[in-house]
Design a protein around this ligand. Structure first.
Ligand code: FAD
Length: 431
């Protein structure tokens, strides 16, 4: 996922970054002095897009910002596992656009972008409307490679085997299936290989489903059939499972029978190299790629993700189009909501500079990610990133992971911080 930058390009970036600061947000000389009213269209009102739209307005309210998002209510994936665990409701993870519209004067359009003409600088919507732009920001999130798993399909995900990796109806379906399951039932979770959205997500999910089962259906089991041989925060998760849910969660890696070859949604079976497993609830999370619009607009390369200039997140394929969030290739940064939001801020700052005839500043990017293993048992990982000739890399010694020997107080405090994290980021983006 790392993109190399040529030495010449890197020197240019460093020169540009001489006046840079954390997130590149301060010291924006010329803020608000754009001669004519510049137009930015933002596609996608999720973590990346909504942040970029809001911060453009915060940095220069004279810019005309249009945010195009088909959903009136955006359910966040962060905390959707908490809904499965019975710790939050769908309403708790619902975000709306009223503040962006009314307070920040962003033109929020409930529609879907169907095409981008990067040469003419226009986007076309499903309704037939056309919007011109000076700069376009695309944050469409992910799409799923259903065909990578024999027998799996969008239809199967909507009927028998939800992925629940986009929050909303998929979360509700998985929750209903868990509620309907008998005590003593088996839940199978099938996480994909890297790279995918929220690396600790499937394991937080296993933890919080285990919490629900321990309370309501304690004879039940969870089997994780993984396409990888190791996963994010593995030691900490495994320790937490042994402590809170002894004997309930079994994890099998790719080389020990975890790799899923085939599913049969009618029979509720999953086939691996080691044989068939039958589940009462089967959560298949397929391999992922950039959101469909990124493919339709020719913004992806052969990896299935979008290559970008790491300073401004401008596409390396279509100038004038910036791609942020899960869809872009951001070096060492994970595909997380916090990372997407961080990239949204950097991109907003870069665009304001570009409008003012200045060079974007080299950014510092950050990521913080909390996972809940039980209601009073949280863990976290944080990282700070810098730009080098190797692309975006994490800074050694900055950030860190919950220590393996953290005591109960620390773990409980992490769970409290996780709640604060959600409230802060939701307020920062949609509030
Ligand atoms: C179970 C789970 C738990 C997670 N937990 C965390 C967590 O604790 N912390 C964290 O930081 N991250 C977490 N994540 C990851 C996080 O949800 C994503 O990384 C984040 O949503 C990515 O932001 P984005 O802007 O790229 O995409 P999204 O937030 O998915 O937004 C994309 C938006 O674009 C819209 N869109 C798509 N195509 C079009 C189009 N053609 N026209 C108009 N609009 C369009 C979609 O409707 C959508 O609203 C979790 C993910 C999952 C699945």
């Amino acid at each position: 996922m790392n993109q190399k930058i040529s030495r010449r390009d890197f020197s240019k970036l460093l020169f540009a970054g001489a006046a840079g600061s954390a997130l590149g947000l301060s010291a924006l000389p010329g803020m608000g002095r754009a001669a004519d009213r510049k137009r930015v269209v933002v596609v996608g009102g999720g973590f990346g897009g909504a942040t970029a739209a809001k911060y453009l307005k915060k940095l220069d309210s004279s810019i005309s910002v249009t945010l195009i998002e088909p959903k009136a209510v955006f359910y966040t994936c962060p905390f959707s596992n908490w809904v499965l665990g019975g710790l939050k409701t769908m309403e708790d993870i619902a975000q709306r656009y009223a503040v962006l519209k009314n307070r920040y004067k962003i033109d929020v359009v409930a529609d879907t972008v169907v095409s981008i003409d990067a040469l003419k600088s226009v986007v076309k919507l499903k309704s037939g409307k056309v919007f011109g732009y000076d700069r376009l920001i695309v944050s469409p999130g992910i799409d799923f490679s259903f065909e990578a798993i024999n027998g799996y399909s969008r239809k199967a995900a909507e009927a028998q085997m939800p992925h629940a990796y986009e929050a909303g109806p998929q979360t509700v379906l998985l929750q209903k299936q868990l509620h309907a399951m008998k005590d003593g039932g088996k839940v199978i979770i099938c996480p994909p290989d890297n790279p995918f959205r929220c690396p600790p997500g499937p394991y937080e999910r296993a933890s919080l489903i285990a919490h629900y089962l321990k309370e309501k259906k304690p004879k039940s089991k969870i089997l994780i059939l993984d396409a990888k041989d190791k996963f994010s925060k593995q030691g900490i998760f495994t320790k937490g499972w042994e402590k809170l849910y002894p004997g309930m969660i079994e994890w099998r890696g790719a080389s020990t029978g975890g790799r899923v070859l085939k599913v049969d949604p009618a029979a509720m079976t999953v086939t691996t190299e080691f044989g068939d497993e039958k589940g009462d609830v089967v959560n298949v999370i397929p391999p992922q790629k950039a959101g469909k619009l990124a493919f339709d607009a020719g913004l992806v390369n052969s990896s299935g993700w979008c290559p970008v200039n790491p300073v401004s997140f401008e596409s390396l394929i279509h100038p004038g189009v910036h791609v942020i969030g899960d869809a872009c290739m951001a070096g060492a940064m994970p595909k997380s909501g916090f990372a997407a939001s961080s990239q949204g801020k950097v991109t907003a700052a870069a665009i304001v500079r570009l409008f003012n005839g200045e060079v974007p500043a080299a950014p510092s990017l950050v990521n913080t990610c909390y996972s809940l293993i039980g209601p009073g048992y949280g863990v976290s990982v944080a990282a700070v990133y810098k730009l080098t000739a190797e692309g975006i890399v994490s800074i050694k010694g900055a950030g860190g992971l919950t220590p393996m020997d953290a005591d109960d107080d620390q773990l409980s405090q992490e769970a409290t911080f996780a709640r604060g994290w959600y409230n802060n980021i939701a307020q920062d983006i949609w509030g």
